[in-house]
Design a protein around this ligand. Structure first.
Ligand code: SME
Length: 143
């Protein structure tokens, strides 16, 4: 994957839009289109003390994920990117789509507080290489 080119295209595509929700919507569509072997890409937003599902691509997803629950809640707790090579080995994984086999969740901070997360799921085991994760971490900087 030419991630340098994709990051440039993503930045240009998002440039005219400053509203966070719209940027999330177009970013999820962009990533879903350009990264192969994914079944879900989207955002969770911290609201009313839980993670509410935000803009995404893929099947209908669960919402209202509590702090510490599932991969998303765990990432909220640690404040660090979580890469799961096999979701069936992750205690408490929330299976929204039974096709998911591996996933990466990246926290998004504003003024030192986690405000949202990017969640990317794949129907293949160990889909996400360190290079893929680094790319996704750069993508969320545009949010
Ligand atoms: N995988 C998440 C739940 C969200 S779905 O994957 C869209 C989790 O275990 O937190």
């Amino acid at each position: 994957m030419n991630y340098t080119l994709l990051l440039k295209q993503l930045e240009e595509m998002l440039a005219p839009e400053s509203y966070m929700i719209s940027r999330m919507a177009n970013m999820s569509a962009f990533l879903y289109e350009h990264m192969p072997n994914l079944n879900w890409v989207g955002f969770y937003i911290v609201r009313d003390g839980v993670l509410k599902v935000g803009p995404f691509q893929g099947k209908v997803a669960c919402s209202d994920i509590s702090f510490g629950k599932g991969v998303c809640g765990y990432t909220w707790q640690t404040g660090k990117t979580t890469v799961v090579d096999d979701v069936h080995q992750f205690d408490g994984h929330i299976a929204c789509d039974s096709a998911s086999q591996s996933e990466v969740v990246i926290p998004i901070f504003r003024d030192g507080e986690m405000i949202a997360e990017l969640d990317v799921d794949s129907p293949f085991l160990a889909r996400f290489s360190p290079e893929d994760v680094e790319f996704l971490e750069k993508c969320v900087e545009f949010i």
